[in-house]
Design a binder for this molecule. Structure first.
Ligand code: ZN
Ligand code: ZN
Length: 408
């Protein structure tokens, strides 16, 4: 038997007056999800704990069986892994902006005119940077003005402040150690040098001279923030004795899979938005489910985006489109298929909340319950009752007959 967990990011919600007191999931036409609820065992899940508002990263860690309170050190490491830096435990990773600075170090545009092209060339130049300290500097471009930075070497710490002033018109901030440790002091000193050198290397860079010629703001400085030490996470495959893959749209979730040691499958046209190519995602799921993977984690992100935007119609429409994907995945044979969300992203809040999310498991030999709709309220009366994210892999491994007995 195989296992599939499909996470429709931020799908769960709260009742809305404009929907006659229904949630978007209750209002959406979802014949396939409802059929899955009828055929399966249902419940609600707190991805971390009741009332805790999860990030997508901490929620996914928890659902994969990692304790986010020990493994999670910030977004930096997962973003870095997600854009393809092979991070190692102990590396310090940052999210960065390419920004525009003037000669006094005042940041005149935090997003460097929303630069789209040429950041790979800027990164090549930045990666030639040498420091007296024995520390390796790894920059990698991400989308738009975004990039990541990884510091690798002995005696580093993630307990340091951010350089990003967060507002245009302010000088970039001097990075300082936060816990008084020599490691934090050293890392802060290194980072201050890296920022200064980034300006020296980029100010006359051909990419920037060209931008100036075209009246665009140059990307002449990098501003790191969100330092996080790459966690020493038990490899997922070894932990459960399985071969696993992840199909996800965002660098954040791909990075979690990467750090956990799962195979990360890229899908063309997967944007993480409501415009994503769901046909390509479906084909990728069907193809990879026919390979020798025991477990596939899937994340589809558009409903979360619609939730953050407070766009009710888009959220309902996207859920209805995802329902078609679920119909196809339900046809895969010999699989325990779990459908859920990582957290609620209510339209009324436009951010994540701690409300539990519905979860359904379909597969052979289940104690099928009486739930016949897939939504937040119907699921609450199902046979799984209320579980936590950290229960999900245990339940799946037990069903897949890959658990060992605890005791005699
Ligand atoms: Zn999420
Ligand atoms: Zn979100």
């Amino acid at each position: 038997m195989k296992g599939i967990i499909m996470i429709i990011d931020g799908m769960a919600d709260r009742p809305l007056e404009e929907l006659g007191d229904k949630t978007p999931l209750e209002a959406a036409k979802t014949p396939n999800m409802d059929r899955m609820a009828q055929l399966g065992v249902n419940g609600i899940m707190d991805s971390i704990k009741p009332g805790i508002r999860p990030g997508s990263d901490t929620a996914h860690l928890s659902i994969l069986g990692y304790d986010p309170y020990t493994v999670y050190t910030g977004r930096g490491p997962f973003e870095a892994a997600g854009v393809g830096v092979k991070v190692l435990p102990g590396d310090i990773a940052f999210r960065c902006n390419f920004s525009t600075a003037n000669e006094e170090g005042i940041i005149t545009d935090r997003r460097a005119g929303r630069i789209r092209d040429g950041t790979d060339k800027l990164v090549d130049t930045l990666n030639s940077m040498e420091l007296e300290e024995n520390i390796e500097i790894i920059f990698k471009e991400s989308t738009g003005h975004r990039a990541v930075l990884v510091l690798r070497g002995e005696g580093l710490s993630d307990q340091i402040s951010d350089a990003d002033p967060k507002h245009d018109g302010k000088k970039f901030k001097k990075v300082v150690g936060l816990d008084g440790s020599p490691e934090a002091e050293r890392t802060a000193a290194v980072l201050n040098k890296v920022i200064k050198k980034s300006y020296e290397l980029l100010v006359d860079h051909p990419v920037n001279l060209k931008r100036l010629e075209n009246g665009k703001n140059p990307a002449n400085i990098t501003l790191p923030r969100g330092a996080g030490a790459v966690p020493n996470a038990d490899p997922f495959n070894g932990k459960y004795g399985i071969k696993s893959a992840c199909i996800a749209e965002t660098g954040l979730i791909q990075g979690i899979a990467q750090i956990a040691g799962m195979d990360v499958i890229e899908v063309e046209g997967a944007t993480g938005g409501i415009d994503t190519n769901l046909d390509n995602i479906t084909s990728s799921i069907l193809k990879n489910a026919s390979l020798d993977y025991d477990f596939i984690l899937i994340n589809i992100d558009g409903a979360d985006e619609a939730g953050h935007d407070g766009n009710l119609n888009e959220k309902v429409e996207f859920i209805e489109k995802v329902d078609d994907v679920i119909g196809k995945v339900m046809e895969i044979k010999d699989v325990y298929f779990i459908l859920t969300a990582d957290h609620s992203t209510p339209i009324s809040v436009m951010d994540h909340t701690g409300d539990p999310v519905p979860l359904v498991i379909k597969g052979p030999d289940l104690r099928v319950d009486n739930v016949n709709k897939f939504n937040e309220r119907a699921a609450a009366s199902g046979g799984l009752c209320r579980i936590r994210g950290s229960d999900v892999m245990n339940i799946l491994m037990d069903l897949m007959d890959r658990s060992t007995k605890f005791g005699a």
